[in-house]
Design a protein around this ligand. Sequence first.
Ligand SMILES: Nc1ncnc2c1ncn2[C@@H]1O[C@H](COP(=O)(O)OP(=O)(O)OP(=O)(O)O)[C@@H](O)[C@H]1O
Ligand SMILES: [Mg+2]
Length: 426
Amino acid sequence: MNAESTDTILAIDFGTSNSLVGALHRGQRIEALKLDPSASDPTLMRTLLYFPNADECYYGAEAIQKFIENDMEGRLFRSFKSHLPNASYLGTTIDQRILRIEDLIGIFLLELKKRSEKILGTKIDHAIIGRPARYSMDAVAEGFALHRMNKAAEFAGFKKIEFVPEPLAAALDYRRTLQREKVVLIGDFGGGTSDFTIMKMSPSPFKKEDVLGVDGCSLAGDALDSVFMSERLNRSFGAQTKYRMPMSNNLLTMPIGIMDRLNKPSLIVHLKERETYNFLQEVKKCALTNSDKLKLDRLFILMDDQQAFPFFEEIERTKRSLSDHKTAQFNFSYPDLETSEVFSSMEFEKWAEKIKSTISQAIDRCLEQAQMKESEINLVFLTGGTAHVPFIRHEFENRFGTEKLQGKSFFHSVLSGLIEAAQLKP
Ligand SMILES: Nc1ncnc2c1ncn2[C@@H]1O[C@H](COP(=O)(O)OP(=O)(O)OP(=O)(O)O)[C@@H](O)[C@H]1O
Ligand SMILES: [Mg+2]
């Protein structure tokens, strides 16, 4: 392997659901590397870590394969990027080994780095990494998230680390296709965050002042998956259980913190942790009705047999199907957890109302920063997997007009823009 490391910059789109890596290698653009040979699209590596035990780890598509092969023993982590701004999320332990969130992300980034170095045949210590427009609305949490992300990149062995907002990267990519001066709003809808940039685009060289606004929020594809659980499916796992603890008259309902572990894809890996597990056993003992006890039995099967991950895979498949059809069938056939439900795009949209309005507020803030009205935006470009969702698209059609809407490569724009950012460096 060539020891020269200064002439390659690795561009990393570390996503909540999918990660992509490209490079600027000796001045040449290298588009998405085929980092995950076992994936259906090898350039798209699912952001997954699977630990059968504390000393062994698998990544991407192989993480799922090994998880299934090992009868779903061990721990499978998904959506861990979402924990970055959460100060109370310290990480987890596997056997006796403590893994902080920056270690989990660092382990994943290190693997991306190693695979890229192998493909490119060179050592790399310089990285340009995408980051959401906002990890959090809270300034302290925002700084904290970036600090942890930087630590993760250091853990992976990068010496020179730069961050570029993901929606700005998507804008830089889109800019390459424009010939005339336009004011463009870019929306990047991923798994964890919805991100926006308003940018003046012209064929002349890029200037910082061209960026008129950057904003976003931490609700996107995972939050949409979550509503299937919180609005309907969690009922069959005892989410509405009423219980009374011994020697108490208080009628209690399931605490939100516990339900979050069932409802949120980023937290399901923690559902089985001892405290939660023991608490749920108490709830089952004290549940008022037999029917609730039976539902909690289903929850224990979901936890004991590690079925929460595949259950959410089926939710995600159903959600994607609703992007193309008015109704979609949800089918889960694991013994004693059999579920068959039909979901309609209308109820899905109604359940997602709050998410939609939070996203809408982020667009408002972005327009405010740019000091622009909707009518002053010439083009709207939407990217990211969640941009497929029809009601997200409609929101933009209603606000900006159908004729202004553009959309293309849903998964590669951020990465292409990060490589562009590497090229733009003086
Ligand atoms: N056809 C579809 N309809 C609806 N949602 C979809 C579709 N295809 C993919 N998605 C959703 O897109 C999300 C993944 O998109 P993407 O790869 O852009 O996210 P990411 O870059 O990993 O996340 P982030 O940028 O937020 O960190 C997932 O939530 C997935 O369910
Ligand atoms: Mg993304």
